[in-house]
Design a protein around this ligand. Structure first.
Ligand code: KG4
Ligand code: ZN
Length: 333
């Protein structure tokens, strides 16, 4: 029997999950609504909200899993990357819980956990597989050789894909986080309405800053001619932006698949909730005979189930960390 309590607090979601023998029994997420009015995550407010939310969130995860605190065999927590003040709350909680119960502590890399979310449900990818990990802070192509043996083969040189969505939303006067709203409006618009540039970056790396500037200039220019431009064209702009972001991502993924010869292809991270990305990846998978793996929506954005499942796989190897562990805002893959 292995009962793992997973804790996630890297950004603006406080989350706790219980994993029993590799099966997720609960995954509670307390979302911090406070950041919306600031147009982005305010680190100081995020830390305070984590402090307020963490105990009730853990209590709820334990209750929903129909276990007690005494049944937990190990605590897994996000060590980084993320906002340091936010990470400190989850790390301190995990250390205290493990100390009080005299059980092992397991540190988890948040970006690896996004990928390991694919080991929650069936079908599971086979090693080695490729994963395009796209979130608010990262855009990576990872060659996953084993649970904790991952090679970064491509990454963004500037903004992350999630940032490209969120910054575009800001230009369009849409609230934070912009990704889900752009996705919703894009489904009602014409993706070919506006021509946006595709950056010419070598290798498997990405760049989104040029796209952001192009959108800004396009919108500023059109508003000068027609002050109602945004209102009248919102769906078409969102559809055009989304199509371009998706094509930038998938063209590099296609290149990576060709270079490595790998046929098991996965996506992970908050932006993998995007309907355009999911549909285009499925179509590309059919065309190139890939086995495509797309996480359930609840395992795309930040959640503790991915921390708990990653923790379970470290638990099986008795890969524990000492009580002197500290969180890290940046951690290499
Ligand atoms: O993985 P995540 O929850 O947090 C980080 O680790 O960053 O990713 C959050 C990002 C945000 O930029 C958000 O706008 C984006 O994921 N996102 C989406 C969608 N849902 C969330 N982007 C595009 N379409 C969506 N449906
Ligand atoms: Zn994340």
């Amino acid at each position: 029997m292995a009962v793992i309590l997973g804790i996630e607090s890297s950004c603006d979601e406080t989350s706790a999950s219980i994993c029993v023998n590799g099966e997720i029994k609960s995954n509670i997420i307390a979302t911090q609504a406070i950041h919306a009015k600031y147009g982005g995550v305010v680190p100081e407010l995020a830390s305070r909200a984590h402090q307020q939310n963490i105990i009730p969130t853990v209590d709820q995860a334990i209750q929903q899993a129909k276990i007690t605190k005494n049944d937990v065999d190990a605590v897994a927590f996000t060590r980084g990357p993320g906002l340091l003040g936010s990470l400190l709350v989850g790390t301190s909680f995990a250390k205290s819980f493990a100390l009080a119960r005299n059980i092992p502590l397991i540190d988890i890399n948040h970006m690896q956990a996004h990928i390991l979310a694919h080991f929650i449900d069936d079908p599971k990818p086979q090693f080695p597989f490729l994963c395009l990990t796209v979130s608010g802070g990262h855009t990576q192509i990872v060659l996953v050789k084993d649970y904790f043996d991952m090679e970064l083969i491509g990454q963004t040189l500037d903004d992350a894909a999630g940032e490209a969505f969120d910054k575009t939303a800001k230009i369009l006067n849409l609230p934070y986080p912009g990704g889900p709203l752009i996705d919703k409006y894009a489904q009602l618009g014409n993706p070919d309405a506006f021509k946006l540039p595709e950056p010419q970056i070598a290798d498997l790396n990405f760049s989104f800053s040029g796209l952001k500037t192009a959108i800004l200039y396009l919108v500023q220019g059109e508003i000068k001619k027609n002050p109602n431009f945004l209102e009248e064209n919102m769906h078409d702009i969102c559809a055009s932006v989304q199509q371009r972001i998706v094509s930038i991502l998938l063209n590099k993924l296609k290149k990576a698949a060709k270079q490595t010869g790998v046929k098991d292809i996965a996506i992970a991270g908050g932006v993998s909730a995007n309907s355009g990305l999911r549909n285009s990846l499925l179509a590309m998978g059919e065309k190139y005979k890939w086995n495509v793996f797309i996480p359930k929506f609840e395992y795309c954005t930040d959640n503790a189930a991915m921390i708990a499942i990653a923790g379970y796989h470290k638990f099986l190897k008795s890969d524990f960390i000492g009580q002197d562990v500290t969180p890290l805002a940046r951690i290499p893959m």
